[in-house]
Design a binder for this molecule. Structure first.
Ligand SMILES: *Cc1c(COP(=O)(O)O)cnc(C)c1O
Length: 366
């Protein structure tokens, strides 16, 4: 079976061994190295490594000192961590809709109220949201931008890297383009927010037992950082391999009946965390039938995401979850299907994927 994601940490051993031998296992010099690399990638002076993408989002929101009732506007077409982080930080979430061009926040659907403080776009599948319109919208209403860039390491809108617009939140979870097993990073150009994020991450301590704010333990370990550093050094290769695979899939799959292939929009650097097609009503099979058929033909797929983030009993009637009309996002949950696009795919794997999709949709090979 061709997997939907594959971990490649074959170059991690020397640094991991170095950490084990050094005896400094928790946050130390490797974390600092990873942070320096990350700041360079996001094009900002500061990167603060934390324990996960979720804690990156929580910390980024906590450092803004939101008041009860303050609102964060985001997309419902995302992993639940986006929503959980907003609720964990004590804020109220207001959902806007997404655009079917990029699967990200549609600026025309963003409702700003007197309580809105944060605009939180999700750069879904590795393509940045429409920052060319979202950034001016945020500026007009004095909103802080917190980017959920969990899937978008190395992506850019025009020349501005993902993570450079305000507070950028990245995930280094095992399935992401770069992984430390578990891990996350917050990036920012703001010196004061960076300083406070470092305090917040480490129990509010500047020096041992010198507490300045109520904090938490959001630290990354040096063992985890050592796993990620070699991948950051070859990030361009990782992204290029994903891009080549995406181009290959699109070249062969475009035009199949009932299938809409994903596109990188002009001016945006897409890092192809996922290659997600839409299976429309014109297709010979439903989305779920296609997924089943592909599994029979040896191709694993993923549905990211089968339901909107708020569409679960635990969030229904939640006093801090404000659900608007999000018809585009709702339609997409029924149509998206992600095909393998990771750098571990061989030419033969790509042929298998293309042939399987063609066979499933037309009865003959693509
Ligand atoms: C992975 C992911 C997260 C959470 O990251 P973790 O490292 O798993 O905590 C948040 N948002 C999105 C869009 C993600 O894909």
């Amino acid at each position: 079976m061709i997997p939907i994601s594959a971990v490649d940490v074959r170059d991690a051993e020397p640094l991991v061994t170095q950490v084990l031998r050094s005896g400094v296992l928790a946050q130390g010099p490797m974390v600092r190295r990873l942070e320096e690399e990350f700041a360079r990638i996001a094009g900002v002076p500061h990167a603060i490594a934390v324990s996960s993408g979720t804690t990156a989002l929580v910390a980024a929101l906590q450092v803004l000192d939101l008041e009860p009732g303050d609102e964060v506007v985001t997309s419902p077409f995302t992993f639940v961590a986006t929503l959980n982080a907003i609720l964990h930080a004590g804020a109220t979430v207001r959902f806007a809709d997404v655009s079917s061009d990029d699967f990200c926040l549609d600026p025309d659907t963003v409702e700003v109220t007197g309580r809105t403080r944060v605009l939180l776009p999700v750069h879904l599948y590795g393509q940045p949201a429409d920052m060319g319109r979202l950034a001016p919208l945020a500026a007009r209403h004095d909103l802080t931008i917190v980017e959920d860039a969990a899937q978008a390491i190395g992506a850019a809108f025009d020349t501005a890297p993902a993570g450079s617009y305000g507070l950028g939140c990245f995930s280094l979870y095992a399935t992401k383009n770069v992984t430390t097993a578990e891990g996350g990073v917050v990036t920012t150009a703001d010196d004061e927010l960076a300083d406070r994020l470092r305090l917040l991450r480490n129990q509010g301590m500047r020096r041992r037992y010198a507490y300045e704010v109520p904090g938490h333990n959001y630290r990354m370990t040096d063992l985890h950082a050592a796993v990620g550093i070699p991948q950051l050094a070859r990030l361009d290769d990782i992204t290029q391999a994903r891009t080549r695979n995406a181009e290959r899939l699109t070249k062969s799959l475009a035009g199949l009946p009932g299938l809409v292939v994903p596109t990188a929009l002009p001016g945006r650097t897409h890092v192809w965390h996922q290659y997600s097609v839409l299976v429309t009503e014109e297709a010979a099979l439903t989305r779920d039938e296609l997924a089943e058929r592909l599994a029979e033909l040896g191709v694993a797929t993923g549905v990211f995401y089968p339901r909107l983030a708020f569409d679960y009993d635990c969030f229904r009637n939640h006093p801090r979850v404000i659900v608007g009309e999000t018809p585009v996002a709702a339609r997409l949950t029924g149509q998206v299907l992600s095909l393998p696009v990771h750098p571990g795919l061989s030419e033969a794997d790509l042929d298998t994927i293309v042939d399987a999709v063609g066979q499933a949709l037309t009865g003959h090979r693509a």
